[in-house]
Design a protein around this ligand. Structure first.
Ligand code: SF4
Length: 473
C-alpha cells in the first residue's frame, strides 16, 4: 500500500541513505538530500552511492517508500514523449502536482488524407506565449470511426508522417487496432482501450508491442478496478484509467467518479486505482443537435473541470483558440509549484532604444506582473529602462503588504542596477500600488519618485501626460 507524500519524513528516508556525507548528490549532507527527497525535489538516482550493489536493498526500500500513489506512465518516445500521472498528492496544496496534463486532439479516420494533414498541422502550430512560457498541445488521438482496418491504418500512418507528437490509437476492435499498430508501435502509442469484452486481446497487444494501455469501464469503478487487477496479473504494467466522461446531466457523476478513484489511490492507498486518469471532453461533440459554439463551450468547461478534478490526460476536439487557451492557462496555473511563486530574474531590462533621458520604471519579479508590464511597455513602443526588484515572486500589492517591496529594497535595486551611469535624470516611476513608498524612497535613494498607474495598461497614457517631467521639459 502506498503512502501519501506528506507522511514520509526525512528521518525515515535518512535511515536508508549511505550516511557518508560525500556531497556527490550536490548536497553537503545525506540529511539534506533526505529532505529534498521527502519534498520530491530530488531523485534517488542523484545519489551515486545508492546505485552501488551494496545498497541495492536500501534503494529498493526507498523506491517503494517514495513511489507516487498514482503511477507515472510514459506515452510516446524520444523528446516528445509525455509523462502522465506520477501524482504524489490528491490536492495540489499538499505538495505540488507533477506532470502537467497533456492535451491530445482527436483525428477521425474518415477524414481524407489531406484533411488529416491539415488538422495535424493546426494541432502542431497551436501555441501561445503566457508569462514567458510557450503553451502548446501535446498529442494526437486517432479515432477509428470507420471500423475499417485499412482506413484506420492509413489515417494512423498519415498522422505519424506529419508529427512526432505522442499518439493515442482509439479502436475497441483489437484486430483493427493491431493492423495500424504494427506500423507505429515503436513510438509507444497509448492503446485505447481494454474493456470487459476485449481485455485479453488488448493485453496481448500491450505486452507484445510494449505499449501503455487505457482501460475503459464507463460509470463502473468496480469493473474498472477488476479489469486493472486482471490486466496487471496478465503482465500489463502501464495502464491509464478511463471511468467515462459523460456530457450534460451525467457530468457530475463523471467528476464524482474521478474524485473517488483519486481518493482511493492517494488517501486509501488502493494500488489498483493508482493509475493516471483519462478525461474525454471531446464527448461534448456527440450532441449533433447543439449549435457549434455551445458544443465548443461545453467542451472547454468540461476540460477545465476535469483538469481540476484529477484528469492526468485529456482528449479534446476543438482547435478554437477561445476553447484551448483557457484550458492551457488553467493547466499552467494548477501545475505551478505552490511552494515557489512563478518568478523572473531580478535586474535591469531595456526596451527599445533607451538613452540618457529615457524613463526608468520599477516592477516586481512575479512572472505575471513582469510579463504584463513588459507587454504593455512593448505595446506602447516605449524606449525605457525597467528595474525588476526581487520580491521573492510576489506581485506589487502583496509584496508591499508583506514588506517584500520596500523603499530600501528599491533604493538598493536602483544602486545595483547601474542605472545611475546610464541616465542623466534622477526620476524613477514606481507602480501606483506602491505609492506609499514614494516619500521614503526619495529620502533613501536621492531620486525623485513619480507614481505610475496602478494598472500597467495605463502606461501609454501616463507617459504621454507625465514624461518628460515638468522640470526637465
Ligand atoms: S551522494 Fe548520497 S551518500 Fe553522498 S551525501 Fe548525497 S545522499 Fe549522502
Amino acid at each position: 500500500m502506498s503512502r501519501a507524500a506528506k507522511e514520509i519524513s526525512p528521518i525515515e528516508i535518512y535511515k536508508y541513505l549511505p550516511k557518508t556525507n560525500c556531497g556527490a548528490c550536490g548536497e553537503k549532507t545525506c540529511m539534506a538530500f533526505a529532505t529534498k527527497l521527502a519534498n520530491r525535489e530530488a531523485r534517488l538516482e542523484e545519489c551515486p552511492e545508492l546505485l552501488k550493489p551494496e545498497y541495492k536493498e536500501a534503494y529498493q526500500a526507498l523506491w517503494e517508500m517514495l513511489k507516487p500513489p498514482v503511477k507515472e506512465v510514459v506515452i510516446g518516445s524520444g523528446d516528445r514523449a509525455v509523462k502522465v500521472g506520477g501524482k504524489y498528492v490528491m490536492y495540489r496544496h499538499e505538495l505540488t502536482y507533477h506532470n502537467p496534463t497533456p492535451i491530445a486532439i482527436d483525428v477521425e479516420d474518415t477524414l481524407e488524407p489531406d484533411a488529416i494533414r491539415e488538422r495535424v498541422k493546426r494541432i502542431q502550430e497551436m501555441a501561445y506565449e503566457y508569462i514567458g512560457r510557450l503553451l502548446k498541445l501535446d498529442g494526437v488521438a486517432v479515432r477509428c470511426v470507420s471500423g475499417d482496418a485499412e482506413k484506420f491504418k492509413q489515417a494512423v500512418q498519415v498522422v505519424a508522417e506529419e508529427t512526432d507528437m505522442p499518439l493515442i490509437l482509439c479502436c475497441l476492435n483489437p484486430d483493427v487496432l493491431e493492423y495500424a499498430l504494427v506500423t507505429v508501435y515503436e513510438r509507444r502509442p497509448l492503446l485505447y482501450a481494454a474493456t470487459k469484452e476485449n481485455w485479453r486481446e488488448m493485453a496481448e497487444l500491450a505486452t507484445g508491442y510494449k505499449c501503455p494501455l487505457a482501460v475503459f469501464a464507463p460509470g463502473d469503478i468496480a469493473l474498472l478496478r477488476s479489469l486493472v487487477k486482471t490486466l496487471t496479473a496478465y503482465g500489463v504494467e502501464d495502464l491509464v484509467l478511463d471511468p467515462g466522461t459523460f456530457p450534460g446531466e451525467g457530468f457530475s457523476d463523471t467528476l464524482n467518479n474521478f474524485t473517488m478513484i483519486r481518493r482511493a489511490a492517494c488517501k486509501q492507498g488502493d494500488e489498483l486505482l493508482g493509475f493516471p486518469l483519462l478525461g474525454v471532453p471531446a464527448v461534448a461533440w456527440l450532441d449533433k443537435e447543439a449549435p457549434y459554439e455551445l458544443k465548443a463551450w461545453n467542451e472547454a468547461c468540461m476540460a477545465v473541470m476535469l483538469l481540476t478534478r484529477f484528469a492526468d490526460l485529456l482528449i479534446m476536439h476543438s482547435l478554437d483558440g477561445w476553447v484551448q487557451l483557457p484550458v492551457m492557462i488553467w493547466r499552467e496555473n494548477i501545475y505551478t509549484d505552490p511552494r515557489k511563486p512563478v518568478s523572473v530574474e531580478p535586474g535591469l531590462r531595456t526596451f527599445g532604444q533607451p538613452d540618457e533621458m529615457s524613463p526608468v520604471l520599477v516592477t516586481t519579479n512575479y512572472a505575471l506582473t513582469y510579463f504584463t508590464v513588459e507587454n504593455d511597455i512593448k505595446a506602447a513602443k516605449l524606449d525605457c529602462y525597467l528595474i525588476v526588484v526581487d520580491t521573492e515572486g510576489l506581485s506589487v500589492q502583496s509584496a508591499v503588504a508583506g514588506r517584500k517591496l520596500t523603499a530600501e529594497l528599491i533604493a538598493d535595486a536602483i544602486k545595483e542596477s547601474g542605472i545611475e551611469e546610464r541616465v542623466k535624470h534622477r526620476y524613477v516611476v514606481i507602480p501606483g500600488l506602491a505609492a506609499r513608498l514614494s516619500g521614503e524612497l526619495e529620502e533613501l535613494s536621492g531620486w525623485r519618485v513619480l507614481v505610475g498607474p496602478k494598472d500597467s495598461s495605463a502606461i501609454p497614457k501616463f507617459f504621454a501626460e507625465s514624461w518628460p517631467p515638468k522640470e526637465e521639459g
